[in-house]
Design a binder for this molecule. Sequence first.
Ligand SMILES: [Zn+2]
Length: 399
Amino acid sequence: MKRINLQRAKAQIARPTTIRDINKRIVLNYVRDRSPISRAEIARETALHRSTVSVIVDELQNAGLIVEIGSGESTGGRKPTLFELRKGTPVAIGIDLTPRTTTIAAADLAGTILEKETFSTSPDADFMTRQILERVSRLKDRLDVSGIEIGFSVPGLVDQKLGRIYHVPYFDWRDWDICQKLEAATGMRVTVENDANATALAELWFGHEKIRKIDTFVMVLVGEGVGTGIIFDGQVYRGEMGAGGEFGHMIAGSDAPVECSCGSRECWEAYSSDRATVERYKARLKVDDLKQNNMDVGDIVELATNGEKHAVEAVRETAYYLGNGISNLIVGLSPQVVVVSGKMTKAWDQFSDQLYRIYERSVLAGLPQTELIPSSLGDSPTLIGAIGLVLARKFGSVS
Ligand SMILES: [Zn+2]
């Protein structure tokens, strides 16, 4: 049973409008999951009164969230009208800032990306502010649809509630005020979130069938760094000032192949990130070829899937350290599932046994079994994460 926090109780009291809003979101979620669906089916599934469903369906239609798509089979009387989510109309602009590239994309209510552009990320925060403002404003004018919101994924410390970006360690940006500037310039609402948390939320809402059915899991996002997003009881566990889940900086040793984004060689991230894999691959080649310096982890992962010896070894060594850290997370948090996300997961078959060693330890210790699965969000999990921030607001419960 959850304790009622009296300081926040005033905002949580269920007024009639709150209940209507919750019912509206429940109906919208049924349309998302079970479409094509009729009013009668929604009423049957939700146990809401038929007339309440009709009112809500009208409201959702007027808000442009759902559309009629014809009629279904008659069960005696009139043929029922069927509904589904409105597709092809942009409702979200996702901004995905990563240490190398930044992507801006427009997506519809189903999360389908309608258009996107990618450009290099500069270490100059002011330059990036101008770039993002210009490109988002252009995109907004081109889309010419009202009600669009922005979701922003950032590899750093973020206060999601206040919309503040405190620190982006990779570039040492502090108190970056891009969200306030974006809202002022475009008039659109901006939801910002740490990249691993955004990816975890996207997995919860739009990912694996299995994940959509559970409410406690950990997302391990392997990229230029290593981030973790903890979903506890169906929502992100953020900790004080949104600083929770920074397991990338837990100490994993003292001589990592690369520096962590925080500058240390002791962090789990410095052992388990894509940069560590690239470094391990280069070390195995024993050549300081300039061309190899441009090698991306995607190339190495592809070589590993094709069975190239050095690439397989480099990926497996990274997986060894990744597995150690995941094992610690499981011991401490006992999640139902750990989802691993990032380019590395394309070579899952080449290294997953390194991760499954964890099972043996868990069995020995008599702990509940945690399942390990690769993310279903594809090549750009953080972009889906950014878009998901807006969609989760539209589908999510009132908080
Ligand atoms: Zn660190």
